[in-house]
Design a protein around this ligand. Structure first.
Ligand code: ADP
Ligand code: MG
Length: 307
């Protein structure tokens, strides 16, 4: 996945614990084979090659995650849009490559989630026009983390954490105390700006420091504003806390694009969702519910206490 995966399991039976971890790792690999935009053999790559010409039959897992993505697009008025990739594929952060304004203008009409035509009965996806591409990078890691937690639950594990890059979900607590998940300082890879105690909850951070390069004082990074086809500005990182990692992953990317005012308004309107936004001046902002517990009572766990 090009991402660090971490699984920690507490199990009285060490062999069972190790086998559970292996099963989670296998699941991560399976999902990457299905959804990677970089692997030509993945189902997602096949969609991008063929769906502009004809309806493509896909797995129900991929179909369902695309449906989730479309729901998020509607909720965020298009801030979250997996067709961002119609322009996004022109960036290569490792090679410090970005499209010219003319290239962006040419590819931008491909960005619009309404171009995706799903047929639930047939299990197919089709693009309404040529030049559309999709990429589930803003939500697939959260999905993989949730699948990992499901696998652990089925095996009877009661206490665990699964992390893929900036997305984590915890099962139960850690030996009677909340799990502690750090929020990175977006301008210091070793520094932390907060530690969040969690029980049966998920947390995701989207930042402009994950994949980026700088040019003429401009930071070119991997979260794309679908309206412009360029890196989203105004925010350095967004952390979302919620019930499951698919939700927190999708929401962290969404709120990053929406920005402080609109993003926080959406978060505060949703029950069970919280946010920490660090704006482009480094100022931290907390959603309503977190203001009540941070920083005064930082040890109070966030999240439900029932699995
Ligand atoms: P990461 O954990 O890799 O930082 P994020 O959750 O921050 O992931 O999401 C960033 C990824 O989301 C990008 O690498 C890209 O694949 C995808 N993405 C970028 N812009 C958008 C957007 N506007 N809508 C949906 N997905 C996006
Ligand atoms: Mg995300």
């Amino acid at each position: 996945m090009g991402t660090a995966i971490r699984v920690e399991v507490w199990d009285a039976d060490a062999d069972a614990g190790r086998a559970a971890i292996t099963a989670v790792m296998d699941e991560m690999r399976r999902i990457d084979e299905l959804m990677s935009p970089y692997k030509p053999a993945s189902e997602l790559s096949r969609i991008n090659r063929e769906a502009g010409k004809q309806a493509v039959k896909i797995s129900s897992e991929q179909f369902d995650l695309i449906v989730r993505s479309l729901e998020l697009s509607k909720l965020t008025h298009g801030a979250f849009d997996i067709t961002f990739s119609s322009v996004g594929y022109l960036y290569d952060y490792r090679k410090r490559q970005e499209p010219t304004d003319a290239q962006i203008a040419g590819a931008l009409p491909g960005i619009n989630y309404r171009h995706l035509i799903l047929d639930r009965r047939a299990g197919t996806i089709r693009f309404a026009r040529q030049g559309v591409r999709i990429d589930l990078g803003g939500i697939a890691k959260g999905h993989a983390v949730d699948r990992g937690i499901e696998i652990l639950k089925k095996r009877g594990v009661k206490e665990a954490i699964v992390t893929a890059g900036g997305d984590s979900r915890v099962l139960g607590d850690r030996r009677g105390r909340p799990w502690q998940v750090g929020v990175r300082d977006p301008r210091d890879s070793k520094g932390m700006v907060a530690v969040i105690p969690l029980i049966n909850a998920a947390i995701s951070t989207s930042g402009d420091y994950e994949r980026y390069f700088e040019r003429n004082g401009r930071r070119v990074h991997h979260i794309i504003n679908p309206k412009t086809g360029k890196s989203s500005t105004g925010v350095r990182s967004v952390t979302i806390i919620g019930p499951d990692a698919t939700t927190t992953d999708g929401m962290s990317t969404s709120v990053f694009v929406m920005g402080v005012a609109e993003g926080m308004k959406l978060v505060d309107s949703m029950s069970g969702i919280d946010a920490i936004i660090i704006d482009d001046l480094g100022k931290m902002r907390f959603s309503k519910n977190l203001q009540q517990i941070t920083p005064g009572d930082a040890r109070k766990p966030v999240g439900a206490s029932k699995p």
